[in-house]
Design a protein around this ligand. Structure first.
Ligand code: PRX
Length: 652
């Protein structure tokens, strides 16, 4: 970590956008940015009011921000709107009516394009079908689907009738479904038989079936036929999408919803306890994702935009569906993996559809580097004009490769920092208005008061890193943790309670030009391939196996994934673990949480190193996992007691 900080600090390379890019961009200079930024800070009500007026409201607001009961902020108080209306109906009376809203490519190579008009019809039909199955305003719906258009349709259909969606990433296990469905008391699950991944059908409905006995609140399951795999359907409970949506009416006016009506819940890992149900509401989230999409991606009417994230993560919610469609842009959606049928698939898609804006994760970029330049070099990438990254810090070398090999030194790169909780991009460069610097996210977006502070809340500058905080509310912010207001206050707002600052949980520092560099998480959350995983969850999964007495999980630097997962496991007395046990434990974690949480390393020991007060010495374990400290032999049970004794003082 320290090396990385020093490395970034030494970074002197700066890249200005080309004259051509600037000429066509929404914001053309740093002065433009400065002016808008200072307006957004000095008079946020006027600023956000102006932005919001670009969208449709059934009834205007009485107040832009109500902070009377902070941190339970209300945005656009008194207004009514509907985000599905803004993503669809708003465009139908414009030349966008028959513009592609979603261009979809399936992994086997099949394609579908839905114009705004067609997408509107499909969403209305799905909304009517859901209503016909008993779904009402405020009900929660779990969505567990592959990356197919019906996923976006289901989201927009829920939003249209005021049902609250909770999307569960299709790679999660039955247990993860149970936790999430139970926490939100979901009434319905929308899923598919399976989806295509890495050249094969990956089943989804059977995983839902495994979860269902422990999901007593679920009354209905709607299943899209996609994989064609054999599945069981339970009479009365399970319905094929084509049977219920197919014949439904395509007329379904969007419900007039309060600006604070809940839009969705999305679960994310914390360092302790069960996953947190991040709750987003309608009006502010809509305005925030609309505005950031427009300026960060510099969206223009003729752009084809592609975000490679899965909609199961927040990036897909905000920047495949809501923010992009609210702008009336064309959003490309791809079902599969980047190496199916070969490592050129992403570049082939860019060439095939003439993609102009490409948004992906640093972990993907590092993987492309490893696969070799010959893959992107085979394809015509000249349509690209803007690149983006999200999810984790990007190392300057990966940034330079992206700039050179994909962007051909022509495309600005926006390194966007944000979180599930923030709903929308918070720190980034605006591509036509300012230079970029490898490894540096950039400046705060409009309305965002970002700062780097000490534990005591003093601002720090320059060479000193500190805690990244946001010094006040913003429209797309989370509203609470579902069903747990206390935890919401405690996790995000209690550390700097008097000052009213939001704690991001990330470390950062700011260079002399005000650019923020994000170091990463300061808590025990591991960022694997841009996805946050709580060490606690993985530890509980491990401990639920008979092979494990105690477990401590730490992250370590991983060339491709950013961070890898290392599990230190103490075994019950008398057990001598074998190689096969390593695999058994990895599979066990995959079953409990999902393959994404599988430990990369499992290291067995008689006892975990602990301080005199009984705390596991996590810093020592992190150093061992990173190879900075070694016990020599890792083939048999390791003994950390000597190292622990040496470290005792510093960790207690
Ligand atoms: O640590 C930061 C890292 O990802 C965390 C948020 O994870 P999640 O809620 O899953 O959302 C990911 C997509 C928005 C942050 O706390 N992170 C995200 N973007 C960046 C980043 N770290 C450095 N640079 C980024 N651009």
């Amino acid at each position: 970590m320290t090396n990385n900080i020093e490395h970034v600090l030494e970074e002197t390379r700066k890249f200005d956008p080309s004259e051509d890019f600037v000429a066509h961009s929404h914001l053309k200079s740093r002065a433009d940015y400065d002016e808008l930024y200072s307006k957004s800070i000095s008079d946020p009500d006027a600023f956000w009011g102006d932005v919001a007026r670009e969208l449709h409201w059934f009834k205007p607001w009485d107040r832009v921000l109500n902070a009377d009961n902070a941190p339970f902020f209300k945005w656009f108080e008194g207004a009514t709107t509907n985000i599905s209306y803004n993503c669809l109906d708003r465009h139908l009376s414009t030349p966008r009516k028959n513009k592609a809203a979603i261009i979809w490519e399936g992994e086997p190579g099949d394609q579908r394009t839905l114009t705004y008009h067609q997408l509107h019809r499909e969403v209305c039909k799905a909304a009517n079908a859901f209503k016909g199955l008993g779904l009402e305003r405020g009900d929660r719906v779990a969505i567990y689907m592959p990356m197919i258009p019906e996923l976006a349709i289901a989201m927009l259909a829920c939003a249209r009738i005021g049902a609250v969606h909770s999307i569960i990433f299709g790679g999660f296990s039955a247990n993860a479904i149970v936790d999430r469905v139970q926490d939100a008391s979901c009434k319905m699950i929308v899923t598919a038989d399976g989806g295509h991944r890495r050249g094969a059908v990956s089943a989804l409905k059977p995983t839902v079936d495994e979860a269902l006995p422990n999901c007593p609140t679920v009354e209905t399951v709607v299943v899209v036929r996609r994989g064609g795999n054999e599945i069981a359907m339970q009479e009365g409970r399970d319905h094929w999408w084509h049977d219920v949506v197919g014949p439904a009416s395509a007329v379904c006016p969007a419900e007039e919803l309060d600006a604070e009506h809940p839009l969705y819940i999305l679960y994310t890992s914390g360092s302790t306890g069960k996953p947190k149900g991040i709750l987003h509401s309608t009006g502010g989230y809509m305005v925030g994702t609309y505005m950031t999409s427009k300026y960060v991606f510099d969206l223009h009417e003729d752009d084809t935009y592609w975000c490679t994230a899965d909609i199961g993560w927040v990036t897909g919610h905000s920047y495949i569906v809501y923010g992009i469609l609210a702008n009336g842009a064309t959003s490309l959606m791809y079902e599969g993996t980047p190496n199916s049928p070969n490592e050129g698939r992403f570049w082939e898609i860019i060439e095939k559809y003439g993609v102009n804006i490409f948004y992906t994760a640093p972990t993907a970029i590092r993987t492309f580097i490893r696969w070799g330049d010959e893959w992107p070099n085979k394809y015509d990438l000249s349509s690209l004009r803007l690149l983006g990254t999200v999810g984790e810090p990007i190392n300057p070398e990966a940034w330079m490769w992206y700039h050179r090999v994909i962007g051909k030194e022509r495309c600005p790169i926006v390194d966007t920092w944000w979180q599930t909780e923030t709903g929308a991009i918070m720190i980034t460069t605006l591509p036509g208005a300012m230079y970029t610097k490898p490894g540096s996210a950039g400046l705060p977006f409009f309305g965002v008061k970002a700062a780097v502070v000490t534990e005591e809340g003093e601002e720090v500058d320059g060479m000193h890193s500190g805690l990244l905080v946001i010094q006040g509310p913003w429209p797309a912010m989370l509203r609470t943790l579902y069903g747990d207001d206390d935890r919401y206050v405690d996790v995000f707002w209690s550390k700097f309670k008097e000052r009213g600052w939001y704690l991001t949980g990330d470390g950062a520092f700011r260079d002399k030009n005000g650019y923020f560099m994000i170091i990463g998480r300061l808590d025990d959350v591991i960022n694997v391939s841009g996805h946050r995983l709580g060490t606690m969850e993985i530890e509980s999964a491990l401990v639920s196996s008979d092979l494990v007495a105690e477990a401590a999980v730490v992250g370590y630097p991983h060339e491709i994934k950013g961070q890898g997962i290392c599990a230190f496991v103490s075994v019950p007395k008398g057990i001598t673990p074998t190689e096969a046990d390593v695999q058994k434990l990895r599979d066990h974690v995959a079953k409990e949480i999902g393959p994404i949480a599988k430990p990369d390393q499992i290291r067995f020991t008689d006892a975990l190193p602990k301080t005199r007060s009984g705390k596991i010495m996590r810093r020592l374990l992190r150093d061992i996992a990173a190879g900075k400290e070694t016990t020599g032999d890792t083939t048999t049970l390791e003994d950390f007691s000597v190292l622990a004794a040496l470290r005792e003082e510093s960790e207690d």
